[in-house]
Design a protein around this ligand. Structure first.
Ligand code: BGC
Length: 464
């Protein structure tokens, strides 16, 4: 059977009756609630900070701790999540995380002091760390190749919707003078929705097959992708029974170590281009640019949140048409230009700096949202062979959260030490490095069967 650029399913099912799109979209939407919680719980802190400062009498160190505790929890979650989802399955992992999200949201909103608040944020962060790669992995393993890119990107869309909702809810709750507690409690609603939804969904065929539960894998595929079932079963069979048992050392055999380099490299670069300086500190950046009132800065931030969602919708429409690489490359160029231009605005300090920075941030966020944002998470669920997907996805996710923590806790100090223009130019340089990394190392996975991608690495980066 010939494999074309569009993938082996074209050969098998030219009429495109390979799947049940409606069911598959429903499944992706439920699992993507994990992404919504990821976005909400990370975004919510920016609006809550002012209230926490007052209630817990925060100084700059304890404020940094209040912000970054979630990221510490997420690193631990990403570390544990690979083993957990391989051991108990993707479905049960998401169910346990949904419970932690819901209970954690209520507990956070009730905490009487900073220590207990931080403990709750670490707990919720743990669930975010696990869900940030198990949700896209669950979707990737349920989706037929033709729909996979767009569907996995549902998760990133949900992350951006979560961030945007958190900005608007923060704004509404702040305007109503209700303080920080309800801001966190609201996250219990999507937590419960994720729990209920996952109870109705099945385990992924690939995980079932890896556990030798072929009858159930067969049943799941029969439901998800009836016309493609035989081909899918065959390729899953080859992947889960061939070769040595799963081990981290497997990565270091020829070819697979490079898959890990690409996964981890993209994870770090996604953060090093500075996305979360915008997500967490946008009101501060607008303040630097001369926005006089806090509410004006927060409103501008909410607009950035909406544009982030719009950019991600554009990515979903394009990913399976033009492929992953063009979006990544165009996105890196856009980010580099926007960051360099913002550095220049800060350097020159024109009268209309506020508007120029708003335009710069909007171009930057669109460029991130069509490229690095969705494509990193998609590739981290596609790059690794089935047996190593849990471990590989987990390592890249840990690197992503580690990079996130590093950038988030150094941004304000960088501004102090090297100044605003050089800070933005540094991120611009990192966007240029990201461009070359993607150009030379990232393969085009569009339309490829997951097992076909494994072959690419094993054959010294050649498609068969
Ligand atoms: C990143 C997050 C970021 C979000 C913004 C995600 O892909 O991993 O760190 O906050 O995009 O949309």
């Amino acid at each position: 059977m010939a494999t074309t650029q569009r993938g082996i399913h074209d050969d098998v099912n030219p009429q495109g009756k390979a799947s049940r799109p409606l069911a598959v979209y429903g499944i992706a939407a439920v699992a993507a609630l994990g992404g919504l919680l990821f976005g909400y719980d990370t975004g919510v802190i920016s609006g809550a900070e002012l209230f926490l400062q007052k209630d817990f009498a925060l100084n700059s160190f304890t404020e940094e701790l209040a912000v970054s505790s979630l990221l510490i929890g997420a690193i631990i979650g990403a570390l544990a999540g690979g083993k957990l989802s391989d051991a108990i399955g993707r479905k049960k992992t998401l169910i346990v995380m949904a419970i932690i999200f819901a209970v954690g949201a209520i507990l956070t909103s009730l905490m009487p002091n900073l220590i207990l608040f931080i403990a709750c944020r670490i707990l919720v962060g743990f669930a975010i760390g696990v869900a940030s790669f198990v949700s896209p992995m669950y979707i990737a393993e349920m989706a037929p190749p033709k729909l996979r890119g767009g569907l996995v990107t549902f998760n990133q869309l949900a992350v951006t919707i979560g961030i945007a909702i958190s900005y608007w809810i923060d704004l509404a709750i702040a305007n109503a003078n209700l303080g920080w507690r309800p801001m966190f409690a609201v996250a219990a609603i999507p937590g419960v929705a994720l729990l209920i939804g996952m109870l109705f969904l099945s385990e992924t065929p690939r995980w079932l097959a890896g556990r030798d539960r072929w009858d159930e894998a067969d049943k799941a595929l029969n439901y998800l992708s009836p016309a493609d079932k035989e081909v899918e079963l065959k390729s899953i069979h080859e992947a889960v029974t061939g070769g040595s048992p799963p081990s981290i050392r497997t990565f270091f055999r020829t070819g697979l170590s490079l898959a890990l380099v690409v996964g981890v490299g993209l994870a770090l670069l996604q953060q090093f281009v500075g996305i979360n300086t915008v997500i967490y500190y946008a009101p501060t950046i607008f303040g630097y640019a001369g926005f006089k009132s806090a509410s004006g800065a927060i409103l501008a931030t909410s607009v950035v949140g909406v544009v982030n969602v719009i950019g991600t919708v554009i990515a979903i429409l394009l990913l399976d048409r033009v492929g992953r690489r063009p979006l990544l490359l165009v996105g890196c160029v856009g980010m580099a230009i926007a960051l360099a231009a913002m550095g220049i605005v800060f350097q020159i300090g024109p009268n209309n700096a506020g508007v120029l920075i708003l335009i710069g941030l909007l171009v930057y966020i669109i460029a991130f949202a069509i490229g690095m944002g969705p494509v990193f998470w998609l590739l981290s669920s596609e790059l690794f062979p089935t047996r190593l997907r849990g471990t590989g996805g987990s390592i890249s996710t840990v690197a992503n959260w580690g990079g996130n923590l590093l950038i988030s806790i150094t941004f304000l100090s960088l501004i102090d030490v090297i100044g605003k223009p050089f800070t933005f130019w540094l991120y611009a340089l990192l966007a240029v490095i990201a461009f070359f990394f993607c150009w030379f190392l990232v393969p085009e996975t569009n339309g490829r069967n997951l097992e076909n991608i494994e072959g690419y690495w094993k054959n010294g980066r050649k498609w068969q």
